[in-house]
Write a protein that binds this ligand. Structure first.
Ligand SMILES: C[S@@+](CC[C@H](N)C(=O)[O-])C[C@H]1O[C@@H](n2cnc3c(N)ncnc32)[C@H](O)[C@@H]1O
Length: 404
């Protein structure tokens, strides 16, 4: 079979505002096809990347139309499929819900690409992906992807390793069986009787694979198998929440009434914490979530140098609030779209003219440095090796049969 040098091109399914693109462009990936169903996301995407003729406002289930718009053999496909049904917000419907089950629309598109199927696939979703229906939804997702010829790895990466935001996310990476890379450590590839090198590599990954994930990987048999490039968990970056949150008086700080109302919503424990910091003097930056506890709306503040996970502002309670205590004075305000962008590691990303639209865009998105880390440690190394070896046209013939 003829050898050829692949192009560093990718497909961005469920593109949203394009934070995956934002991350990948820095290492030379070129987006050749992107889709999303939401015109507001499309507007933000195009605000950032220009006219983007490769972006299609398209339902992922429109397989024929999608395939007709993809030319050549893109090397990578990314799919941040909707998380709604994999969380409380979607009543834990899992793949029975119409949103998260769009994942199978993505699979249909992969199938229709046939031999042009990308060599790498990267899925992204919330931690609920691991627990939905007791792990059955995760198993359904990975076995379906593996059946298309992908060896799989899975990691949980928390944005807090890079930026001051707590945002653990699940990533499944698929390496197609036609990629004959010595760097990909396959399950069961060791010498009989000796330790499995795959298992050893998984150990090295430490915090990348929490026990719930390890258990799922152990018990889910794939038509291919599990495989890894064996990255170690990222080093914790040094940062300060106060460098991301604006503390000057030009911000839209709330008036006395709104401030008193939210102060009154603090629990005794949280109020004591605020009072302690007021009397200590200096500058203290925290973030606040409003949460309903036992039918009472509470404001919960954290001063651990992290913002809580950004979410889409469906219902007022999901929007983050900033609390700044400066020399004893307590001030509150809504977190701004620019601060959302910074917390997603995209400080200069173009904002939408409308605040809510920006918050939806960033709240739904990926954290850019997380994707860059995955790219540097997994995606680009596989791509580079394929370019060096010209190996992408060969089948490794390693797909195994599993009993029904
Ligand atoms: C988790 S968000 C993706 C965010 C994106 N990775 C980013 O960083 O901006 C999921 C996206 O799927 C889109 N979506 C939902 N249903 C869809 C469908 N049937 N076809 C295509 N896109 C869909 C939503 O509009 C949303 O933008």
């Amino acid at each position: 079979m003829a050898q050829h040098s692949p192009a560093k091109c990718f497909l961005e399914f469920f593109a949203g505002i394009g934070l995956v693109h934002e991350a990948l462009k820095s290492s030379g990936w070129e987006c050749v096809y992107a889709n999303d169903i939401d015109p507001k996301k499309e507007a933000m995407y195009k605000g950032q990347f220009g006219e983007s003729p490769y972006f299609h406002l398209e339902d992922v289930w429109q397989t024929d139309r999608i395939i007709s718009e993809i030319s050549g053999e893109p090397f990578l496909a990314t799919a941040s499929f909707p998380c709604t049904d994999l969380s409380l917000a979607g009543h834990w419907q899992g793949f029975e819900g119409s949103q998260s089950s769009t994942y199978f629309g993505f699979i249909k598109a992969l199938q229709a690409l046939g031999r042009r199927r990308p060599k790498l696939v990267m899925l992204e979703n919330v931690p609920g992906f691991l627990t939905s229906k007791g792990g059955a939804d995760f198993a359904a997702a990975v076995t379906t992807l593996a059946a298309e010829g992908y060896w799989l790895d899975c990691v949980v990466v928390d944005a807090k390793w890079f930026v001051p935001q707590s945002r653990p996310r699940v990533f499944v990476i698929g390496v197609h069986e036609t990629v004959d890379s010595g760097r990909v450590i396959r399950q069961g590839s060791g010498v009989r009787g000796l330790d499995d090198p795959w298992r050893a590599a998984i150990e090295v990954g430490g915090a990348l694979r929490p026990p719930v994930l390890r258990r799922l990987m152990e018990r889910t048999e794939l038509a291919t198998g599990w495989a890894t490039l064996g990255p170690r968990a990222p080093k914790q970056a040094k940062y300060s929440l106060s460098a991301v949150i604006d503390t000057d008086s030009d911000q839209e700080w709330w008036d006395e009434t709104a401030t008193a109302k939210h102060y009154g919503m603090l629990s005794d424990l949280h109020r004591r914490e605020v009072e302690h910091r007021r009397t200590a003097g200096g500058l203290h930056v925290g973030t606040v979530y409003r949460r309903c506890r036992n039918d009472v709306m509470r404001a919960e503040v954290r001063f651990d140098n992290l913002a809580g996970c950004l979410r889409t502002p469906r219902g007022g309670s999901a929007r983050q609030i900033v609390m700044v205590i400066h020399e004893g004075e307590v001030r509150f305000r809504w977190m701004s779209p620019r601060e959302y962008a910074r917390l997603q590691g995209a400080p200069r990303f173009k904002l939408a003219p409308n605040t809510v639209q920006s918050l939806f865009g960033f709240g739904d998105g990926v954290c850019v440095p997380v994707i860059r880390w995955l790219d540097q440690n997994i995606l680009t190394p596989v791509f580079d090796e394929c370019v060096r070896s010209g190996s992408t046209a060969r089948s490794t013939g390693r797909t195994k049969k599993i009993s029904a």
